[in-house]
Design a protein around this ligand. Structure first.
Ligand code: HEC
Length: 128
């Protein structure tokens, strides 16, 4: 039993030491895009009834490049590796009583949950 188990444990330990670094693009497609579509795109990149793109605050949230760029007033949407210098994260995380909090308090859009904010933070910290 011990003999059989040891290689298995060693393999598991080796695996644990080198967790696959999350890939920025894959993580965007799988975890970030659905969040943006649910809570943000309605005002940032989606089209209105006339087919005109809505970009409130000059911000669009339908691609990594747009998310990164940011809008008119709050600086870079994303500074890779620095969530606290990323308006995308700061405004999503802002206290709901804050006027800048996204989505705006008065809108019906669903704010990001604590777990989703954590996902967003991890994504901004991806290195590639
Ligand atoms: C109901 C519409 C609405 C929704 C939904 C919404 N926003 Fe906004 N957003 C705005 C408006 C309007 C502004 C312009 C500033 C203001 O008036 O507060 C803005 C501004 C911003 C800015 C700052 C742009 C600048 O000036 O640099 C960011 C970043 C932002 N939103 C991110 C988000 C994110 C992320 C979400 C989803 C979690 C979201 N917004 C959801 C309406 C919305």
């Amino acid at each position: 039993m011990t003999r059989l188990l040891l290689p298995v444990l060693l393999a598991a330990a080796a695996h644990a030491e080198t967790p696959a670094a999350p890939d920025r693009k894959a993580m965007y497609e799988k975890e970030i895009k659905p969040l943006m579509e649910r809570s943000c795109v309605g005002c940032h990149g989606g089209k209105d009834a006339q087919g005109k793109v809505r970009a409130r605050g000059g911000y669009r949230a339908t691609s990594i490049a747009e998310l990164e760029k940011g809008g008119k007033e709050q600086g870079a949407g994303i500074t890779w590796g620095k969530p606290m210098e990323s308006s995308l994260y700061l405004l999503s995380k802002a206290n709901r009583t804050d006027d800048l909090a996204m989505p705006p308090r008065k809108s019906k859009a669903q704010p990001l949950t604590a777990a989703e904010l954590e996902t967003l933070r991890r994504w901004i910290e991806t290195s590639k």
